[in-house]
Design a protein around this ligand. Structure first.
Ligand code: AHR
Length: 358
């Protein structure tokens, strides 16, 4: 009996102990780890996966920054101020430089080649980016152009060409002077009905426009056997020069002269004065054709004193600086950038005059 009592007590203790063990709270879950699962999951890239080429490729050289108009320093060696045309060109260069923010170093050679050469040398010493020049005459430029080339300064010929090898300049911006001469001859032929005794007022001796305008005129004259050049002399592209030469022609040939061919308007305007002073009527007694199409020529056509003007455009500033910027930035430019031109007669001179910019 004693034993079974003891057994019962022991059994109760065991059962109670088991019940207490089952009611114990479960431990809290482990806190979430801060590292993003994705990062944990990504296996480390094996070293050999990296492409070999990427490792060997040298770093690309930094591209040279392009220059803008504001960075550009340009030297312009102008011929002088011998004509309305030349002044219009100077204004176009200076105004365009100002508008674009280009630094312009401008020099006026007073129609002397030696002064243009000096200007070029000082631009080279100042290390300008580009040099622009209308060479007063065609020859005698190789040495100084070579000096610019050796200094790495490109030369742009503007409005007049130079007789130099093509590698000494980057481009020529301007007119076809030979074609202007042909146009002048054909226009005059219409006015005089293919018959005339012509005196020729030649531009600066040795200059591109004088050489080419003489050549083109003669070339086209071959189509008109009754049109003859009876005399030819230089008035140096100036009004005063044109007047003096015309006075001499009138003295020598008198009323035998029936037509004047002026290599530019300024000389023709000077000749008009000489003809009037000789008691003759320019535009009637003596027909006159010249080249440039400046405002003074339109005024003379309106007054009936000039019979035609062949356009030669001096407003080259925008084309010049656009080309200069391309050249310093290493862009290709054509060897000749021609300007657009027209022929004007008295018929509509009044209408056109207000639209003329030079
Ligand atoms: O080079 C262009 C010529 O030079 C123009 O026809 C003339 O007027 C200027 O002086």
């Amino acid at each position: 009996m004693k034993i079974s009592k003891l057994f019962l007590i022991a059994l109760i203790v065991v059962v109670l102990a088991a019940l207490v063990g089952c009611s114990q709270p479960t431990p809290p879950p482990a806190p979430a780890q801060e590292k993003p699962a994705a990062a944990e999951e990504k296996p480390a890239a094996p070293a050999e996966e990296k492409p070999a080429a990427a490792e060997e490729k040298p770093a690309a050289p930094a591209e040279k920054p392009k220059k803008t108009y504001k960075d550009l320093v340009v030297g312009f060696a102008q011929i002088g101020a011998e004509s309305e045309w030349r002044n219009a060109e100077t204004a176009s260069i200076q105004e365009t430089a100002k508008e674009l923010g280009v630094t312009l170093k401008f020099s006026d050679a007073q129609q002397k080649q030696e002064n243009q050469i000096k200007a070029l040398r000082s631009f080279i010493a100042e290390k300008v980016d580009v040099i622009g020049i209308p060479p007063v005459v065609e020859t005698g430029w190789e040495t100084v152009f070579q000096e610019a080339k050796d200094a790495g300064i490109p030369i742009i010929l503007i409005d007049r060409r130079a007789a130099v090898p093509e590698d000494l300049y980057v481009t020529f911006i301007g007119s076809d002077f030979v074609e202007e001469g042909r146009r002048a001859a054909r226009t005059l032929a219409k006015i005089v009905d293919g018959k005339a005794n012509i005196v020729e007022l030649v531009g600066t001796v040795g200059s591109g426009p004088a050489n080419d305008r003489a050549k083109g005129f003669r070339e086209a004259l071959e189509e008109f056997p009754d049109m003859k050049i009876i005399d030819s002399q230089s008035g140096d592209f100036t009004r005063d020069g044109g007047k003096k030469v015309m006075e001499a022609f009138l003295k020598k040939h008198g009323t035998n002269i029936t037509a004047v061919y002026g290599h530019n308007d300024d000389m023709a305007l000077g000749a008009i004065q000489a003809i009037e002073e000789a008691g003759l009527k320019p535009g009637q007694d003596i027909k006159i054709v010249s080249i440039d199409a400046v405002r003074g020529a339109f005024e003379a056509m309106i007054e009936g004193k000039l019979n035609a003007t062949i356009e030669c455009n001096p407003l080259l500033g925008p084309q010049f600086f656009e080309t200069a910027l391309k050249v310093v930035n290493g862009e290709e430019v054509p060897k000749w950038i021609p300007s657009k031109e027209d022929i004007y007669l008295p018929d509509n001179a009044k209408e056109i005059l207000p639209t003329r910019k030079y």
